[in-house]
Design a protein around this ligand. Sequence first.
Ligand code: I3P
Length: 126
Amino acid sequence: KDVIPPLEQLMVEKEGYLQKAKIADGGKKLRKNWSTSWIVLSNRKIEFYKESKQQALPNMKTGHKPETVDLCGAHIEWTKEKSSRKNVFQITTASGNEFLLQSDIDFIILDWFHAIKNAIDRLPKN
Ligand code: I3P
């Protein structure tokens, strides 16, 4: 039987594992806690899952929503000050949420940086 993918999935631009730490929520600093996250980038948002989206589907059915980052009005920049790790960039949302993303593998983090930056640059700033 043919499975019709949800419309949202047709717009997925990139997905994969990165190290993630949320360091602020609505401008309020959080204790840094790195964890592996499955990152799904689409036109105007990023979703963070604990495991791949396919594996996460049963959870979604029971109403567990992934953490979502609205890229409208967001900023992305490399940072050396916010972590002792290499290859770290920060995404800051219009609502004041701050996320660090990291990979030890140079080309992987570079691909992600450019994909997210391109998505942000295509969006209106508010
Ligand atoms: C933090 C943990 C983080 C580290 C952070 C520590 O300690 O070791 O991995 O960030 O450094 O405070 P804890 O687990 O006790 O909260 P990096 O790995 O990014 O350096 P920081 O305080 O300099 O941010």
